[in-house]
Design a protein around this ligand. Structure first.
Ligand code: MTE
Length: 340
């Protein structure tokens, strides 16, 4: 209740230490008190929430509703892309209305219900900057970038650090393809990724206690692993704004906060990037953030996960079940905090 009061009712003064700066979970708990969480509802209530989500999706198309653009997405004809059958799921795909309306996107607020606010964000033109330790820095528009890569669909699990999970048919291309276009120097060790910053369309970015823009990073070895995927679409069409259009990351063996949304910059560097959540609470959110059910978060267990849109809870798997593809990346790194 203190968190609820402090976060939502108390007029914040600059000298107050914000609860929300502590951790996404503190805010998560507070917002669950306010907003219905599809995971905890019985099936009748869940149908009502989903009907609401569907009604919202329809309303967003009605003239008069705030939308950044009414022109069709110029990349729409690229979807659906051919599915890469190598990537299989052990559970059903999460229904689209849940994934597009139950989000973490702090740029638009600290509740799960940011889909409507995120609609106001223009996604064209969208320029991606490649810089740092590369042969030659350059900028490229998203539609020109899409012409240089081959899109494919992959079914991936996604495990949030908050202990819920979803399964998504992403469309996109391997991050390795972007690294190849960038031509990093041999001395580059990491890729640092950055989300857009625009306080006039992203109200969350006016919250000064966060260090905007959202930043994430991977080693070059992680970024060029076949699993690291740059997402441009989902559910057979361009990815929804709430899910990080027009370009987001999916690194399914890591906790979800590593999967940065709405990327505008890839910088190659020999310095380990400090990520958004690490900057706020380094003792709880680290650089590596690989999923491990045996290593609890300092304040809760990571042993199991609630599957979004169902009543099911399942044991969480090491590397979220992707160990075969990625465990080798971490050999010889025993001194590192690989699991937070
Ligand atoms: N990227 C940005 N820019 N801002 C965010 O708040 N949240 C992260 C990640 N990427 C976040 C982000 C977290 S905590 C999760 S779990 C996933 O996005 C959520 O993705 P989804 O909303 O598509 O489920």
């Amino acid at each position: 209740m203190t968190v609820l009061y402090r976060t939502f009712l108390h007029r914040r003064r600059p000298w107050d230490l914000p609860d929300s700066a502590a951790t996404p979970e503190a805010v998560f708990r507070a917002r669950r008190a306010l907003a219905p969480d599809p995971m905890t509802l019985d099936s009748l209530d869940r149908r009502a929430v989903l009907a609401g989500a569907g009604a919202f999706a329809a309303a967003a198309l009605v003239p008069g509703h705030a939308r950044a653009e009414d022109t069709p997405d110029p990349s729409a004809a690229l979807y659906p892309a051919k599915r890469n059958e190598k990537f299989v799921l052990d559970r059903p795909v999460t229904p689209e209305p849940i994934n597009t309306h139950y989000n973490n996107f702090y740029e638009f607020g600290s509740t799960k219900s940011i889909a409507r606010a995120a609609e106001a964000r223009p996604i064209r033109p969208w320029t991606v900057t490649i810089d740092g330790m590369v042969e030659k820095p350059f900028e490229i528009g998203i539609d020109d970038l899409l012409k240089k890569v081959t899109l494919e669909e992959r079914l991936y699990r996604h495990r949030c650090v908050e202990a819920w999970s979803m399964a998504v048919p992403w469309t996109g291309f391997p991050l390795a393809a972007l690294v190849a276009l960038a031509k990093p120097l041999g001395s580059a060790k990491y890729v640092r990724m950055e989300t857009f910053k625009n306080t006039s369309i992203a109200p969350g970015q006016r919250q000064f206690w966060y260090s905007w823009p959202y930043v994430e990073g991977l080693t070059i070895a992680e970024a060029t692993n076949d699993l690291a995927f740059l997402v441009t679409g989902a559910y057979g069409k361009p990815v929804a704004k709430s899910m990080g259009a027009p370009l987001r990351l999916a690194v399914p063996w890591k906790y979800g906060f590593k999967s940065i949304k709405s990327i505008v910059r890839f910088s190659f560097t020999d310095q380990r990037p400090k990520s958004f959540w690490q900057g706020l609470q380094a003792s709880e959110y680290g650089f590596w953030a690989n999923v491990n059910p045996k290593v609890p978060h300092p304040r809760w267990s990571q042993a199991s996960e609630r599957i979004l849109g169902t009543d099911e809870t399942r044991p969480t798997l090491l590397f979220n079940g992707y160990g075969e593809q990625v465990a080798g990346l971490y050999q010889g790194l025993d001194g590192e905090q690989l699991w937070m």
